[in-house]
Design a protein around this ligand. Structure first.
Ligand code: AMP
Ligand code: MG
Length: 413
């Protein structure tokens, strides 16, 4: 038996290889026409061009008086110039207005500029008169006038295909008058926990049972990453029940995540047993800790991607961040999105198993440029994950690093 066989390393796949296998399998969701209320988080599949100028008409940038600048060119605080006020143009006024020489109109921010006027005198430069107004400062022509097309001209590309729609992009679509947009929608992720020992939090747990935490944690992580997420109820360790639950979830899911039931333990690893029969999901050991047993493939008529994550909560969470998140972004032909990586100096020594890349929970002090491992690095220790804000990456061959070593750190969202 070779050393590799003896240590089981021959069967292990690197984190990079595994992720690239996953990404190579993902086919982006087809673009479709989304209403604006569906478009937040979508990724544009068209260039969005301005069909109207922005702003669409010359309008006032301030509350004040629309004037002909030449009429008040001599205005000073000592010698104000008084003009009759012939009316008022509020924002939303769609009528036609004209300023005759030697007169003015009161005008509000966003109201269309009247013909005959070429400047707005801010109300702060006047006595705020109603029938007539004393102007004590001369505006340049064009003062406080927002020109047609000053933000974008007709035909300008406002956003290119491939842009992720966030709050500002959504605002711009609306400002451009778009009711719909062609985009790849946010993937819908369903999270499903398996295990006979699991009980809904809030319910009594008997000895031997634990409260189910993975599905809530991963659904929230999916939401935090910008995806739609829903939870399927706890699924017992039963092959038929697992397949039924997956079938139910497929109706409204673009990406399925299960946890539990994929260890190397044999007949109790029901998710693995149930899905292995399908032949479309591959189970492997990835050279990492936590999270070595991983499964990925496709299920159902639409070839929906499925991740079968290990059940230990920290393994499940780290796997989600390393693999599920980039895959979800690839469903939008975006990214792949990964955790932000920085370098920091170890505040304490760390240990790591040979041949596996460790993702140690740590507290990153970005200002000091240091990272300290938290105590409790076993994959069931969720409390220690809750104290961490980063993962310290220890490369595969390394079994220990002294304090002061510069390491790669992944910043947890
Ligand atoms: P498994 O991967 O099914 O062998 O589970 C590994 C460990 O994770 C066991 O201790 C399980 O009890 C625990 N576990 C599995 N699923 C969950 C879950 N949804 N919430 C909390 N702990 C879990
Ligand atoms: Mg289990």
């Amino acid at each position: 038996m070779s050393v590799a066989e003896h240590t089981g390393q021959a069967a292990m796949q690197s984190v990079e290889d595994y992720l690239s296998d996953v990404l190579a399998t993902i086919r982006p969701l087809p673009p479709r026409e989304l209403r604006l209320d569906e478009a937040d988080g979508a990724v544009l599949a068209e260039d969005v061009t301005a069909t109207w100028a922005l702003p669409p008409f010359d309008n006032s940038g301030m509350d004040g008086y629309a004037v002909l600048a030449a009429d008040v060119a001599a205005a000073t605080p000592d010698r104000p110039i008084t003009l009759p006020v012939r009316g008022e143009i509020p924002a939303g006024d769609t009528g036609r207005h004209d300023v005759a020489p030697g007169t003015c109109l009161r005008i509000m921010t966003g109201a269309p500029m009247p013909s005959g006027a070429d400047a707005v005198v801010p109300v702060e430069w006047t006595d705020a008169g109603v029938t007539e107004v004393a102007i004590s400062r001369a505006p340049e022509p064009g003062n406080a006038v927002r020109r047609t097309g000053g933000d974008a001209a007709v035909g300008d590309v406002l956003m290119t295909a491939g842009t992720r729609v966030g709050p500002v992009q959504l605002g711009l679509l609306a400002a451009a008058g778009r009711g719909t947009v062609i985009a790849r929608p946010r993937p819908r992720i369903t999270v499903m926990s398996t295990g006979n020992e699991l009980v809904e939090p809030g319910q009594p747990a008997r000895p031997g049972q634990i409260w189910e935490s993975n599905s809530r944690m991963l659904a929230a992580a999916a939401q935090q990453a910008g995806y739609h997420a829903s939870r399927h109820g706890i699924v017992p360790d039963d092959k038929a029940a697992v397949l039924t639950a997956i079938g139910e979830a497929l109706d409204n899911t673009d990406l399925l995540v299960t946890t539990g039931g994929v260890s190397m333990g044999g007949e109790h690893d029901i998710v693995k047993a149930a899905l292995a029969d399908l032949g479309t999901v591959a189970f492997r050991k990835v050279a990492m800790q936590p999270g070595m047993p991983q499964g990925f493939g496709v299920v159902g008529p639409a070839g929906t991607p499925i991740f079968t994550l290990p059940g230990n909560p920290v393994s499940a969470y780290v796997s989600f961040q390393l693999f599920v998140r980039p895959a979800a972004s690839a469903l939008q032909d975006f990214g792949p999105e990964r955790l932000a990586a920085i370098s920091a100096e170890l505040a304490e020594p760390v240990r790591s198993p040979a041949g596996r890349r460790s993702y140690l929970r740590g507290v990153l002090d970005a200002a000091a440029g240091t990272v300290a491992p938290v105590s409790g690095q076993s994959s069931h220790q969720l409390a220690s994950l809750a104290r961490a804000n980063a993962l310290i990456v220890v490369p595969e061959p390394v079994t220990g690093l002294p304090a002061g070593t510069t390491v790669d750190v992944l910043v947890l969202p």
